[in-house]
Design a protein around this ligand. Sequence first.
Ligand code: AMP
Length: 213
Amino acid sequence: MIIVLFGKPGAGKGTQAPLLAAALGVPTLATGDELRAAIRSGSALGLEAKAYMDRGDLVPDAVILGIIKQALSEPRAAKGVLLDGVVRTVPQAEGLAAVCADLGTQVDAVLCFDIDDDEIVRRLASRTICDTCQHPRGDAEPGDPCVQPGCPGKLVRRKDDEPEAIRNRLDVYRRQTAPVLQWYRTHGTKVATIDAVGSVEEVTARALSALAP
Ligand code: AMP
């Protein structure tokens, strides 16, 4: 089972991904988390990605497709994977389809979390994430401890949550990412739109019911 979580930055994909993955019994792949981990480790991948990410631009498709290919080939992905933050361009959709075809699988559904720009700007301006496990919070201050069980991390602001980067990310979404939905529709993949405004539990329930047969 391969599910693509889709939507504007700040739509709640990162909050919903672990909840949906637990309910569906598959792991998550969050390319943003992978890239931030690469930056922290000082790897060549991290060095290449950092400037793009700080500006709110997309990291080149070849880099993302390398991450996807490796993750989908791992044994932990044998039953499928929930993709959080992939697919963000039409070439990524094409590349993912090719990787899936090689592995004898396919994207089963795209869940599009729907939310308007004003709500996004409000959410991202008050978002913090854990510097260790990356879990996002909307109701805490930088420096507060992470509340995920057993995590020793502390909350920080993301550089790409600054107002200028947020504006750029929304613009990038409209120009490069939004056309991906039409690509999936024309290729016969189920696309379900989920109202992303509501409590975390409400949005999880809407997403799971959209996936029900
Ligand atoms: P996220 O944590 O999903 O908001 O991603 C943070 C940043 O990582 C994005 O603004 C991009 O710079 C980069 N990124 C993450 N996933 C992708 C992707 N699939 N394609 C291109 N860039 C990505």
